[in-house]
Design a binder for this molecule. Structure first.
Ligand SMILES: [Zn+2]
Length: 380
Protein backbone atom coordinates (compact mmCIF):
# COMPACT_ATOMS: atom_id res chain seq x y z
CA UNK A 1 0.00 0.00 0.00
CA UNK A 2 2.79 2.39 -0.88
CA UNK A 3 1.84 6.02 -1.04
CA UNK A 4 -0.86 5.67 1.62
CA UNK A 5 -0.06 5.69 5.28
CA UNK A 6 -2.32 3.79 7.66
CA UNK A 7 -2.89 4.84 11.23
CA UNK A 8 -4.77 1.78 12.46
CA UNK A 9 -5.68 -1.83 11.73
CA UNK A 10 -9.18 -0.79 10.64
CA UNK A 11 -7.69 0.73 7.50
CA UNK A 12 -6.61 -2.63 6.11
CA UNK A 13 -9.63 -4.10 4.36
CA UNK A 14 -10.51 -7.75 3.91
CA UNK A 15 -7.46 -9.23 5.69
CA UNK A 16 -9.09 -10.01 9.03
CA UNK A 17 -7.43 -13.41 9.35
CA UNK A 18 -3.88 -12.13 8.92
CA UNK A 19 -4.49 -9.20 11.22
CA UNK A 20 -6.12 -11.16 14.03
CA UNK A 21 -3.17 -13.58 13.89
CA UNK A 22 -0.71 -10.73 14.30
CA UNK A 23 -2.67 -8.99 17.03
CA UNK A 24 -3.07 -12.19 19.03
CA UNK A 25 0.68 -12.82 18.78
CA UNK A 26 1.46 -9.27 19.87
CA UNK A 27 -0.90 -9.56 22.82
CA UNK A 28 0.60 -12.84 23.97
CA UNK A 29 4.11 -11.64 23.26
CA UNK A 30 4.99 -14.68 21.16
CA UNK A 31 5.58 -13.29 17.69
CA UNK A 32 8.15 -15.29 15.72
CA UNK A 33 11.10 -13.07 15.07
CA UNK A 34 10.75 -13.37 11.30
CA UNK A 35 7.46 -13.15 9.43
CA UNK A 36 6.82 -13.52 5.73
CA UNK A 37 3.82 -11.66 4.31
CA UNK A 38 2.70 -13.15 1.01
CA UNK A 39 -0.21 -12.37 -1.30
CA UNK A 40 -1.15 -10.50 -4.45
CA UNK A 41 0.05 -7.00 -5.15
CA UNK A 42 -1.87 -4.10 -3.63
CA UNK A 43 -3.86 -5.94 -0.94
CA UNK A 44 -2.23 -4.17 2.01
CA UNK A 45 0.83 -6.28 2.86
CA UNK A 46 3.20 -3.34 3.22
CA UNK A 47 0.63 -1.23 5.07
CA UNK A 48 0.11 -4.09 7.51
CA UNK A 49 3.88 -4.53 7.90
CA UNK A 50 4.13 -0.85 8.89
CA UNK A 51 1.26 -1.20 11.37
CA UNK A 52 2.87 -4.30 12.80
CA UNK A 53 6.18 -2.46 13.15
CA UNK A 54 4.38 0.42 14.86
CA UNK A 55 2.76 -2.01 17.29
CA UNK A 56 6.04 -3.82 17.97
CA UNK A 57 7.84 -0.56 18.74
CA UNK A 58 5.01 1.02 20.73
CA UNK A 59 4.69 0.65 24.49
CA UNK A 60 0.98 -0.15 24.08
CA UNK A 61 1.59 -3.02 21.64
CA UNK A 62 -0.94 -1.52 19.21
CA UNK A 63 -0.64 1.10 16.49
CA UNK A 64 -2.33 3.73 18.65
CA UNK A 65 -1.32 6.95 16.93
CA UNK A 66 1.17 8.02 19.62
CA UNK A 67 4.36 9.90 18.71
CA UNK A 68 6.29 6.66 18.19
CA UNK A 69 3.57 5.19 15.95
CA UNK A 70 3.38 8.38 13.90
CA UNK A 71 7.12 8.22 13.33
CA UNK A 72 6.80 4.66 12.04
CA UNK A 73 4.00 5.72 9.68
CA UNK A 74 6.12 8.59 8.39
CA UNK A 75 9.11 6.27 7.93
CA UNK A 76 11.30 8.27 10.31
CA UNK A 77 11.42 6.07 13.42
CA UNK A 78 15.10 5.42 14.18
CA UNK A 79 14.34 1.82 15.19
CA UNK A 80 12.47 1.00 12.00
CA UNK A 81 14.61 -0.20 9.13
CA UNK A 82 12.98 -0.54 5.71
CA UNK A 83 14.84 -2.24 2.92
CA UNK A 84 13.49 -1.91 -0.62
CA UNK A 85 14.92 -2.58 -4.05
CA UNK A 86 17.21 0.14 -5.28
CA UNK A 87 16.50 0.23 -8.94
CA UNK A 88 15.46 -3.35 -9.50
CA UNK A 89 17.20 -5.39 -6.86
CA UNK A 90 18.17 -5.49 -3.22
CA UNK A 91 21.92 -5.84 -3.26
CA UNK A 92 24.24 -7.48 -0.80
CA UNK A 93 25.73 -4.12 0.23
CA UNK A 94 22.29 -2.98 1.42
CA UNK A 95 21.89 -6.16 3.50
CA UNK A 96 25.33 -5.67 5.05
CA UNK A 97 24.47 -2.08 5.92
CA UNK A 98 21.26 -3.27 7.55
CA UNK A 99 23.20 -5.83 9.58
CA UNK A 100 25.55 -3.13 10.82
CA UNK A 101 22.59 -0.96 11.81
CA UNK A 102 20.95 -3.83 13.65
CA UNK A 103 24.08 -4.61 15.65
CA UNK A 104 23.63 -1.37 17.61
CA UNK A 105 21.16 -0.80 20.42
CA UNK A 106 17.63 0.35 19.78
CA UNK A 107 17.52 4.14 19.92
CA UNK A 108 14.05 5.06 21.15
CA UNK A 109 12.13 1.87 21.58
CA UNK A 110 12.71 -1.37 23.45
CA UNK A 111 12.73 -3.25 20.13
CA UNK A 112 13.80 -2.91 16.51
CA UNK A 113 11.73 -3.61 13.43
CA UNK A 114 12.87 -4.50 9.94
CA UNK A 115 10.67 -4.54 6.84
CA UNK A 116 12.04 -5.95 3.61
CA UNK A 117 9.67 -4.93 0.86
CA UNK A 118 9.72 -6.89 -2.41
CA UNK A 119 11.96 -9.38 -0.63
CA UNK A 120 12.12 -11.50 -3.80
CA UNK A 121 14.20 -8.69 -5.33
CA UNK A 122 17.13 -9.73 -3.12
CA UNK A 123 19.98 -10.97 -5.25
CA UNK A 124 21.17 -14.49 -4.50
CA UNK A 125 24.15 -13.03 -2.71
CA UNK A 126 21.98 -10.63 -0.71
CA UNK A 127 19.61 -13.43 0.32
CA UNK A 128 22.50 -15.56 1.47
CA UNK A 129 23.94 -12.69 3.48
CA UNK A 130 20.51 -12.09 4.98
CA UNK A 131 20.32 -15.71 6.13
CA UNK A 132 22.86 -14.85 8.81
CA UNK A 133 20.53 -12.20 10.24
CA UNK A 134 17.70 -14.70 10.20
CA UNK A 135 19.75 -17.41 11.88
CA UNK A 136 21.33 -15.27 14.54
CA UNK A 137 18.76 -12.63 15.22
CA UNK A 138 19.73 -9.67 17.34
CA UNK A 139 17.53 -9.67 20.45
CA UNK A 140 14.16 -7.92 20.32
CA UNK A 141 14.24 -7.57 16.57
CA UNK A 142 11.15 -8.19 14.49
CA UNK A 143 11.64 -8.90 10.81
CA UNK A 144 8.92 -8.82 8.17
CA UNK A 145 9.60 -9.93 4.62
CA UNK A 146 7.02 -8.84 2.09
CA UNK A 147 6.57 -10.44 -1.31
CA UNK A 148 3.89 -11.82 -3.62
CA UNK A 149 4.86 -15.46 -3.45
CA UNK A 150 7.32 -17.48 -1.42
CA UNK A 151 8.20 -19.47 -4.53
CA UNK A 152 10.49 -16.62 -5.54
CA UNK A 153 12.55 -16.76 -2.36
CA UNK A 154 15.38 -19.06 -1.34
CA UNK A 155 13.85 -22.06 0.50
CA UNK A 156 16.40 -21.53 3.26
CA UNK A 157 15.00 -18.04 3.81
CA UNK A 158 11.39 -19.22 3.71
CA UNK A 159 11.98 -22.02 6.19
CA UNK A 160 13.19 -19.52 8.78
CA UNK A 161 10.09 -17.35 8.58
CA UNK A 162 6.47 -17.83 9.62
CA UNK A 163 4.27 -17.19 6.62
CA UNK A 164 1.24 -14.92 6.97
CA UNK A 165 -1.00 -15.12 3.90
CA UNK A 166 -2.92 -12.18 2.52
CA UNK A 167 -5.89 -13.05 0.37
CA UNK A 168 -6.83 -11.71 -3.03
CA UNK A 169 -9.88 -9.47 -2.98
CA UNK A 170 -12.60 -9.75 -5.57
CA UNK A 171 -14.08 -7.00 -7.69
CA UNK A 172 -17.16 -6.97 -5.41
CA UNK A 173 -15.06 -6.55 -2.23
CA UNK A 174 -13.25 -3.68 -3.83
CA UNK A 175 -16.48 -1.98 -4.93
CA UNK A 176 -17.99 -2.39 -1.49
CA UNK A 177 -14.87 -0.96 0.11
CA UNK A 178 -14.92 2.09 -2.16
CA UNK A 179 -18.58 2.76 -1.37
CA UNK A 180 -18.53 2.00 2.35
CA UNK A 181 -15.16 3.31 3.39
CA UNK A 182 -14.23 5.87 0.76
CA UNK A 183 -17.71 7.26 0.20
CA UNK A 184 -17.83 6.81 -3.57
CA UNK A 185 -21.09 6.54 -5.51
CA UNK A 186 -21.82 3.00 -6.65
CA UNK A 187 -21.41 3.79 -10.32
CA UNK A 188 -18.09 5.50 -9.71
CA UNK A 189 -16.92 2.67 -7.44
CA UNK A 190 -17.69 0.06 -10.09
CA UNK A 191 -15.78 1.98 -12.72
CA UNK A 192 -12.81 2.53 -10.47
CA UNK A 193 -12.71 -1.08 -9.35
CA UNK A 194 -12.61 -2.23 -12.97
CA UNK A 195 -10.08 0.31 -14.12
CA UNK A 196 -7.72 -0.45 -11.30
CA UNK A 197 -7.60 -4.04 -12.55
CA UNK A 198 -8.88 -5.12 -9.13
CA UNK A 199 -5.61 -3.97 -7.52
CA UNK A 200 -6.72 -2.73 -4.15
CA UNK A 201 -3.86 -0.35 -3.42
CA UNK A 202 -4.21 1.28 -6.78
CA UNK A 203 -7.97 1.88 -6.40
CA UNK A 204 -7.32 3.27 -2.94
CA UNK A 205 -4.69 5.66 -4.25
CA UNK A 206 -7.04 6.83 -6.99
CA UNK A 207 -9.91 7.28 -4.55
CA UNK A 208 -7.82 9.32 -2.13
CA UNK A 209 -5.65 11.16 -4.60
CA UNK A 210 -7.79 11.59 -7.73
CA UNK A 211 -5.00 13.46 -9.52
CA UNK A 212 -3.14 10.15 -9.80
CA UNK A 213 -5.88 8.65 -11.98
CA UNK A 214 -5.04 11.31 -14.56
CA UNK A 215 -2.15 9.23 -15.94
CA UNK A 216 -4.55 6.43 -16.76
CA UNK A 217 -7.07 8.79 -18.38
CA UNK A 218 -4.30 10.31 -20.45
CA UNK A 219 -3.49 6.87 -21.77
CA UNK A 220 -7.09 6.45 -22.88
CA UNK A 221 -6.99 9.81 -24.62
CA UNK A 222 -3.73 9.00 -26.34
CA UNK A 223 -4.97 5.67 -27.66
CA UNK A 224 -8.22 7.27 -28.81
CA UNK A 225 -6.46 9.93 -30.86
CA UNK A 226 -3.41 8.01 -32.00
CA UNK A 227 -4.58 7.38 -35.58
CA UNK A 228 -5.54 11.02 -36.11
CA UNK A 229 -2.39 12.58 -34.67
CA UNK A 230 0.81 13.10 -36.62
CA UNK A 231 3.74 11.13 -35.28
CA UNK A 232 5.27 14.34 -34.00
CA UNK A 233 2.11 15.28 -32.12
CA UNK A 234 1.87 11.84 -30.52
CA UNK A 235 5.49 11.95 -29.39
CA UNK A 236 4.90 15.41 -27.97
CA UNK A 237 2.08 14.05 -25.80
CA UNK A 238 4.38 11.31 -24.55
CA UNK A 239 7.03 13.88 -23.69
CA UNK A 240 4.43 16.00 -21.88
CA UNK A 241 3.51 12.98 -19.76
CA UNK A 242 7.14 12.31 -18.96
CA UNK A 243 7.59 15.97 -18.01
CA UNK A 244 4.67 15.70 -15.58
CA UNK A 245 6.07 12.53 -14.03
CA UNK A 246 9.29 14.41 -13.45
CA UNK A 247 7.37 17.01 -11.47
CA UNK A 248 5.50 14.56 -9.29
CA UNK A 249 6.47 15.05 -5.70
CA UNK A 250 6.57 12.55 -2.93
CA UNK A 251 4.48 13.38 0.08
CA UNK A 252 6.02 14.76 3.24
CA UNK A 253 8.66 17.44 3.46
CA UNK A 254 12.02 17.63 5.14
CA UNK A 255 10.43 19.71 7.92
CA UNK A 256 8.86 16.75 9.61
CA UNK A 257 12.18 14.92 9.49
CA UNK A 258 13.89 17.86 11.21
CA UNK A 259 11.40 17.66 14.04
CA UNK A 260 12.05 13.95 14.51
CA UNK A 261 15.83 14.15 14.42
CA UNK A 262 16.10 17.00 16.90
CA UNK A 263 15.99 14.63 19.86
CA UNK A 264 18.67 12.31 18.47
CA UNK A 265 22.42 12.55 18.79
CA UNK A 266 24.34 13.74 15.75
CA UNK A 267 25.37 10.38 14.39
CA UNK A 268 21.94 8.81 14.79
CA UNK A 269 20.30 11.87 13.23
CA UNK A 270 22.66 11.69 10.26
CA UNK A 271 21.93 7.99 9.78
CA UNK A 272 18.21 8.59 9.93
CA UNK A 273 18.41 11.46 7.49
CA UNK A 274 20.29 9.32 4.98
CA UNK A 275 17.83 6.48 5.31
CA UNK A 276 14.90 8.85 4.95
CA UNK A 277 16.33 10.46 1.83
CA UNK A 278 16.97 7.05 0.33
CA UNK A 279 13.37 6.04 0.96
CA UNK A 280 11.99 9.25 -0.51
CA UNK A 281 14.06 8.79 -3.66
CA UNK A 282 12.85 5.22 -3.90
CA UNK A 283 9.24 6.32 -3.45
CA UNK A 284 9.65 8.83 -6.27
CA UNK A 285 11.00 6.16 -8.58
CA UNK A 286 8.10 3.90 -7.70
CA UNK A 287 5.53 6.65 -8.24
CA UNK A 288 7.04 7.36 -11.62
CA UNK A 289 7.00 3.73 -12.64
CA UNK A 290 3.39 3.50 -11.49
CA UNK A 291 2.46 6.54 -13.60
CA UNK A 292 4.07 4.97 -16.67
CA UNK A 293 2.18 1.72 -16.08
CA UNK A 294 -1.04 3.68 -15.64
CA UNK A 295 -0.49 5.37 -19.00
CA UNK A 296 0.01 1.98 -20.69
CA UNK A 297 -3.00 0.52 -18.87
CA UNK A 298 -5.21 3.41 -19.91
CA UNK A 299 -4.20 2.84 -23.52
CA UNK A 300 -4.82 -0.88 -23.18
CA UNK A 301 -8.31 -0.25 -21.80
CA UNK A 302 -9.21 1.57 -25.01
CA UNK A 303 -8.06 -1.31 -27.22
CA UNK A 304 -9.78 -3.82 -24.94
CA UNK A 305 -13.03 -1.92 -25.42
CA UNK A 306 -12.55 -1.90 -29.19
CA UNK A 307 -11.91 -5.63 -29.22
CA UNK A 308 -14.99 -6.25 -27.15
CA UNK A 309 -17.20 -4.06 -29.33
CA UNK A 310 -16.04 -5.88 -32.44
CA UNK A 311 -16.37 -9.36 -31.02
CA UNK A 312 -19.78 -8.89 -29.43
CA UNK A 313 -21.19 -7.10 -32.43
CA UNK A 314 -19.94 -9.86 -34.70
CA UNK A 315 -22.27 -12.11 -32.76
CA UNK A 316 -25.08 -9.73 -33.58
CA UNK A 317 -25.51 -8.75 -29.95
CA UNK A 318 -25.70 -5.34 -28.36
CA UNK A 319 -22.88 -4.18 -26.07
CA UNK A 320 -23.94 -3.00 -22.62
CA UNK A 321 -22.20 0.07 -21.28
CA UNK A 322 -21.31 -1.87 -18.18
CA UNK A 323 -18.84 -4.17 -19.90
CA UNK A 324 -16.83 -1.26 -21.29
CA UNK A 325 -13.93 0.39 -19.47
CA UNK A 326 -14.72 3.68 -21.14
CA UNK A 327 -18.50 3.87 -21.68
CA UNK A 328 -18.34 7.67 -21.75
CA UNK A 329 -16.33 7.40 -24.95
CA UNK A 330 -18.75 5.07 -26.62
CA UNK A 331 -19.18 7.05 -29.87
CA UNK A 332 -15.44 7.40 -30.31
CA UNK A 333 -14.95 3.73 -29.54
CA UNK A 334 -17.53 2.65 -32.10
CA UNK A 335 -15.96 4.81 -34.76
CA UNK A 336 -12.47 3.49 -33.99
CA UNK A 337 -13.74 -0.08 -33.80
CA UNK A 338 -14.80 0.13 -37.44
CA UNK A 339 -11.28 1.12 -38.48
CA UNK A 340 -9.17 -0.92 -36.15
CA UNK A 341 -11.00 -4.25 -35.90
CA UNK A 342 -10.68 -6.98 -33.28
CA UNK A 343 -7.51 -8.55 -34.65
CA UNK A 344 -5.56 -5.34 -34.74
CA UNK A 345 -6.86 -4.30 -31.32
CA UNK A 346 -5.55 -7.61 -30.01
CA UNK A 347 -2.17 -6.93 -31.60
CA UNK A 348 -2.06 -3.53 -29.87
CA UNK A 349 -2.79 -5.18 -26.52
CA UNK A 350 0.11 -7.53 -27.12
CA UNK A 351 2.42 -4.60 -27.90
CA UNK A 352 1.32 -2.80 -24.73
CA UNK A 353 1.80 -5.94 -22.67
CA UNK A 354 5.37 -6.29 -23.90
CA UNK A 355 6.03 -2.61 -23.20
CA UNK A 356 4.80 -3.09 -19.63
CA UNK A 357 7.22 -5.96 -19.13
CA UNK A 358 10.08 -3.94 -20.60
CA UNK A 359 9.29 -1.10 -18.20
CA UNK A 360 9.86 -3.52 -15.32
CA UNK A 361 13.15 -4.58 -16.84
CA UNK A 362 14.60 -1.09 -16.56
CA UNK A 363 14.66 -0.26 -20.27
CA UNK A 364 15.25 3.40 -21.16
CA UNK A 365 11.81 4.95 -20.66
CA UNK A 366 11.95 7.48 -23.47
CA UNK A 367 13.13 4.96 -26.05
CA UNK A 368 10.53 2.50 -24.86
CA UNK A 369 7.58 4.90 -25.10
CA UNK A 370 8.62 6.35 -28.45
CA UNK A 371 9.08 2.85 -29.83
CA UNK A 372 5.67 1.93 -28.48
CA UNK A 373 3.96 4.82 -30.30
CA UNK A 374 5.64 3.84 -33.58
CA UNK A 375 4.58 0.22 -33.18
CA UNK A 376 1.00 1.06 -32.29
CA UNK A 377 0.63 3.43 -35.21
CA UNK A 378 1.88 0.75 -37.53
CA UNK A 379 -0.46 -1.83 -36.02
CA UNK A 380 -3.60 0.28 -36.32
ZN1 LIG B 1 2.00 3.98 19.71
Amino acid sequence: MEGITCSGWQEIYGQEKAISLLRAGLRRGDIPHALLFTGPSGVGKFGTALLFAAAALCTSGEPDGCASCRKVAAGVHPDLHVLEPEGFSIKVEAVRKLEAELSGKAVESAAKAVIIDEADAMTHEAANAFLKTLEEPTPNTYIVLVCESKENLLPTVVSRCREVRFTALGQRDLERFLVEREGLQEEEARKMARRSGGVFGRALLWARRPELAAHWRRGVGLAASLRRLSLLEALEIVEECRGDWEKMEAKGGGGELEAYTRALDKRAAEQLRKRWEGRKAQEMRKARRRAAHDLLDGMASFYRDIMLLNLIEEEGLGVEDEVLFNPERRKELEREALHVGAERARACLGILHEAGKALEANVDEKLLLHGLILQLRKAT
